[in-house]
Design a binder for this molecule. Sequence first.
Ligand code: CTP
Ligand code: CA
Length: 225
Amino acid sequence: VAQLWTARDLAGIRILITAGPTREALDPVRFISNRSSGKMGYALAAAATAAGAEVTLVSGPVTLPVPAGVKHISVESAQDMYAATFQSIDNQDIFIGTAAVADYRPASVATQKMKKGQTDTDITLTLVRNPDILAAVAATQKVFTVGFAAETEHLLEHARQKLINKKINMIAANWVGVDRGFERDDNALTVLWSDGEIQLPYAPKATLAQQLIRVVIERYRQGNV
Ligand code: CTP
Ligand code: CA
């Protein structure tokens, strides 16, 4: 999977990519989020665009520049990301979910900044489940779906379970945790599908992105939708 494409190889292919973390507001100045940098999603958007694909990037808050030629939609919460995704999904061929979507959000959002109160008692936050964007896109059965599984243990077992549970076409599994995955410029991936897998060894995220796009396109062209 090492060789590159020419700039027209993916002409006519439309890819929607989610990237970055989401932010789940507690009040006007506070939120719950995670350590996702968005680097993998942005690298995939750049690689696919360079190969001639038409890319829409639905992104949570990150500090990365938008790759040239990419249609960029900026969102904040998981619910925003869900809505933005479904606003564009009808015209897509492939969906790649790289976003670290918050699984839960605060049950209510205070309209004013929350105050500590008079006593020094603890408080309890109630969190409610966010919608699963990837599983919802897969359920439409209209696009080829690719997920990511970021795990700290039992990587391949958890990834294959997500492939099955979410009914997606492929999943890219990577280790995360201290010094691995998030916030880094390099990574390694194992890509799984129903009857196969391929190992993409440690490489800069830009290289890995080119390789992953190639693997995805190969499976997509084999008519796996
Ligand atoms: N995902 C999504 N919407 C969510 C949660 C996850 O689209 N609400 C997508 C992610 O973008 C990723 C894949 O689902 O492509 C797997 O995300 P992950 O957090 O690893 O899996 P979860 O199903 O949320 O399971 P858990 O966090 O418990 O491991
Ligand atoms: Ca999750």
